[in-house]
Design a protein around this ligand. Sequence first.
Ligand code: KIV
Length: 272
Amino acid sequence: MSIAKKEFKRVTTNVLQEMKRRDERISMLTAYDFTMAKMLDTAGVDVLLVGDSASNVMAGHETTLPITLDQMIYHASSVVRGTERALIVVDLPFGSYQGNSKEALSSAIRIMKESGAHAVKMEGGVEIIEGIERILTAGIPVMGHLGLTPQSIYKFGTYTVRAKEDAEAEKLISDAKALEAAGCFALVLEKIPAHLAKSVAAALEIPVIGIGAGGDVDGQVLVVHDMLGMTHEFHPRFLRRYLNLFEEITGAVTQYVADVKSKDFPNEKEQY
Ligand code: KIV
């Protein structure tokens, strides 16, 4: 049995580090609302990420940039209410931390105070280290995020694999080491070559959680709407779909519409 399941009621950052030491893989999924969070927590997901991907999958924006701190807090507090076991990590949204470390700290404090979540995640390397250090001084755990960092999409220009060239790979390795030295408790690596992710995970003591980063890291994260097939126009190579809910749900709702139109619903037993 997993150590997180056996020995601890609530997964903590220490539990994740112990899992890495024992070579037990960490499972992480995104969650944005109470009902889904309850199902994921019941299923035993170790970490729930209230990702700023809510901007895409919940609000329909093309990028993660528009989501606000208030909106992230709303999603995070719903997720917290739906869980008993998972560690809840919340993305600091674009514009709430990059400018200066004082603003970064006050954004992180708002998330912790108003949502009841347990940690924050921030995209970037040495350029945001001052903000990370300031947040850590307040006792707020920070998860790093390197590789494809969607808040910088207009700098990259595309969502293709990052750090394929030596210079970018070297910067990623030195950023990863700097985040660990600063005190981050874990690191997400998004869409980078598997051999690079493997060497970062081997070089760090903190857990490295991959998305599109191969199997030789300490855990995996996916966007829950993608792995359940609620989104159906997105087919990256790294995505494994466990359900096809887009078809299931549209099929069920098509039937409901037909039943209402034909006056089949409600029937005698479905009324008072
Ligand atoms: O916002 C998000 O969903 C994320 C994951 C892709 C890691 O940051």
